[in-house]
Design a binder for this molecule. Structure first.
Ligand SMILES: O=C(O)Cc1cc(O)ccc1O
Ligand SMILES: [Fe+2]
Length: 465
């Protein structure tokens, strides 16, 4: 039996999740509650009757709330990609921002800047970035590893590693440069957002759309996560083509929080990433004051255990696109701005097949991370919390050990267990930041993992068909 969480995940009775005196650092008693579905038009209210019925913007709103629209696509985007939500809140967001002050952006970088280092072109791999003793929040702990494309043109991405050792208290953040896909690797994270509460643990992901205000708290100790910042079209489910209506990531397994607000009159700092710079603004109250909302532009989470992989059931190794969880499309059909691809537990059954990834060169660039376990192409050196970069057109594939093993092993059905790797794959080159280039976790000897691949060529050798 696959180890699948069968407990109900969606509590349908939304209880008012209000906090009225101070900002919480403990989970709400009745912690996260979610609604199921991907890209739905959701509606949720933390106080009964807070949502106007049949209209968005009546003259007066129950409880004295303000109505505000948050647009995730141009007003006139085609129906299928049109995204917006209506938020009914204690104060409009314009009251949650004062004058902005530019501050040090730390290790955050944004395309298209070249954060020059002397690192020559090459296949690259890093061990895990250690979790230090010093205090790092979700904002100060963001370390950019690669940038790709052009955030000004709203295309491309950045790959970051975030290390969190401290909860944000009286601090909030929004990113105007892109949406954030967070892949929890070590330790759980609680996202208190304008739209409600999301908790993720290793093996789970969440997506915070561009512009959504949130703060991040620790749940059970320090945390490390990978973050894909998507400057382009919002992540969506890939078309399944001939696979049909089911498998891969199913819409019902995506969870969006129910409304939860706090009515807190205490000084708060709002950090904003805008145009590659970091700003802050101070206001005397919490911005997480949305009592009700409806719409299809909202954060969501997904447990990667619910991904149903489809693969080769007789022979050969399919392209990794078969394992796409989410895709950020570009204007060119079939050419993703980003594909978020996972390599989860699965069975290997293909006959007369070299089962690990083939040796290859790819026009797309591949940033990979490992949440847990072992990746079949790299049994050594690619460790949980680490990451690798195989850039546009750079050759790569299984290391010597994986090649020897897969070339000689008896091909019985084998369960690949204890493994969860992923890839942020983009159509753009990924530029390595100075921080990543100079980091001591970078494995200078990475390319030696292929050094032992020997010449086996023999013009007289024939394999049985
Ligand atoms: O390079 C990698 O390890 C990722 C990858 C996996 C796979 O099964 C096929 C192609 C590919 O790029
Ligand atoms: Fe690859």
């Amino acid at each position: 039996m696959a180890d699948i969480d069968t407990a109900p995940r969606v509590k349908r009775q939304a209880s008012p999740a209000a906090v009225t005196d101070k900002i919480r650092t403990e989970p709400l008693v009745d912690a996260a509650e979610y609604m199921s579905g991907f890209g739905n038009s959701f509606e949720t209210e933390a106080l009964p009757g807070a949502l106007p019925i049949g209209r968005n913007s009546p003259q007066k709103i129950n409880y004295g709330l303000y109505a505000e629209q948050l647009s995730g696509s141009p007003f006139t985007a085609p129906q299928a990609s049109n995204q917006r939500s209506w938020l009914y809140r204690i104060r409009p967001t314009v009251r949650h921002t004062g004058r902005f002050q530019k501050i040090d952006r730390g290790f955050i970088r944004t395309a298209p800047e070249r954060d020059d280092s002397d690192l020559p072109l090459g296949q690259l791999r890093w061990g895990p970035v250690p979790i230090p003793k010093k205090k790092l929040t979700f904002v100060t702990g963001l370390h950019t590893i690669t940038v790709a494309g052009d955030s000004e043109a709203m295309s491309g991405m950045a790959a970051h590693v975030v290390i969190v050792t401290e909860s944000m208290v009286h601090e909030h953040f929004f990113n105007a440069d892109g949406e954030l896909l967070i892949v929890a690797q070590q330790g759980a994270l609680r996202f208190r957002t304008e739209f409600g509460l999301i908790e993720i643990a290793p093996g789970e992901i969440c997506v915070i759309p561009r512009g959504v205000i949130f703060r991040v708290e620790l749940v059970d100790g320090p945390a490390r996560a990978y973050v894909c910042e998507n400057y382009g079209g919002g992540f969506t489910l890939p078309d399944r083509g001939p696979i049909g209506a089911n498998c891969l990531a199913n819409p019902r397994d995506f969870l969006t929080p129910v409304a939860a607000y706090e009515d807190v009159e205490e000084p708060c700092t709002l950090y904003v990433k805008w145009g590659g710079e970091l700003f802050k603004t101070e206001v005397p109250h919490s911005p997480l004051d949305v009592v009700a909302w409806h719409g299809n532009y909202a954060p969501y989470k997904y447990n990667l255990k619910h991904f149903s992989p489809v693969g080769a059931v007789l022979f050969d190794h399919p392209d990794p696109s078969i394992f796409t969880v989410l895709t950020s499309p570009s204007e060119t059909p079939g050419t993703a701005n980003i594909d978020f691809v996972i390599f989860p537990e699965r069975w290997g059954v293909a006959e007369n097949t070299f089962r690990p990834p083939w040796y290859h060169r790819n026009i797309m660039s591949e940033f990979m991370g490992l949440v847990e376990g072992v990746y079949d192409a790299k049994p050594e050196g690619f460790v949980p919390g680490g990451f690798s970069l195989h850039n546009t057109m750079l050759p790569h594939g299984p290391d010597v050990e994986a090649f020897e093993q897969a070339s000689n092993v008896e091909l019985k059905p084998v369960k690949l267990s204890n493994t969860l790797a992923f890839m942020f794959e983009t159509r753009f080159r990924q530029r390595v930041t100075k921080y990543a280039a100079e980091h001591e976790a970078r494995q200078d000897d990475y390319i030696d993992c292929w050094k032992g691949l020997k010449k086996h060529f023999d013009p007289k050798r024939r394999e049985p068909r």
